[in-house]
Design a binder for this molecule. Structure first.
Ligand code: XMP
Length: 180
């Protein structure tokens, strides 16, 4: 099993992210909205680390990359709109790949009346990200490899791992040190 970020590195990375956010928000309250399901563990650990007033909520997003859309385009369906009017909004996701998901959600969120909208991700596949959209905050840049753990899944499995590891779906899970 090839570790991309150990549990210790996640702890220290999230702690330093929290310090950067405290500096950015200067004691102002922030509404943190985690994209389901991948950002749940990240959200839970980040809010417990922050020393500024925080509210949090989640957003279920269905992203479709169908033939009917242009390459990389994502249609986002949002069920419940979190109460962000008049608040600073921080959107959290597990990973920024092409950037299509978070870009679409950011554009939607700008219409919800937040004072500001920022994004933070655990991992950034910078080489795959299309031009024009960058995360405001990220913990680690990674190459274009598929990863699981700490919220990230393969067919809904492995989200519960305390660290993030590389996963190759073409190799049996047991041979990669993971339960099948
Ligand atoms: P975009 O391209 O919209 O994609 O930035 C973001 C979403 O793609 C999923 N994703 C992954 N999920 N391991 C995963 O478990 C990966 O290596 C990976 N790369 C992208 C993820 O759902 C993310 O929210």
């Amino acid at each position: 099993m090839r570790t991309v970020i150990s549990a210790d590195e996640l702890r220290t990375g999230i702690a330093s992210l929290a310090r950067r956010l405290e500096t950015h928000y200067q004691g102002q309250p922030v509404m943190i909205v985690g994209l389901l399901n991948g950002s749940l563990l990240f959200l839970a650990d980040l809010v417990r680390e922050l020393r500024i007033p925080v509210e949090y909520d989640t957003l279920r997003v269905s992203a479709y990359r169908g033939e009917a859309t242009t390459a990389g385009a994502v249609r986002v369906e949002v069920g419940h709109v979190p109460p962000v009017r008049g608040r600073h909004l921080l959107l959290l996701d597990d990973i920024l790949d092409t950037g299509a998901t978070l870009q679409a959600v950011t554009e939607l969120a700008r219409g919800w009346g937040a004072l500001s909208v920022r994004t933070a991700v655990l991992l950034w596949k910078r080489d795959r990200t299309r031009a024009g959209f960058l995360p405001d905050e990220y913990i680690r840049e990674i190459p274009d490899v598929f990863v699981v753990g700490y919220g990230l899944d393969y067919n809904r499995k492995y989200r519960q791992l305390p660290k993030i590891v590389e996963f190759d779906p073409s190799i049996p899970a047991a041979r990669q040190g993971l339960p099948s």
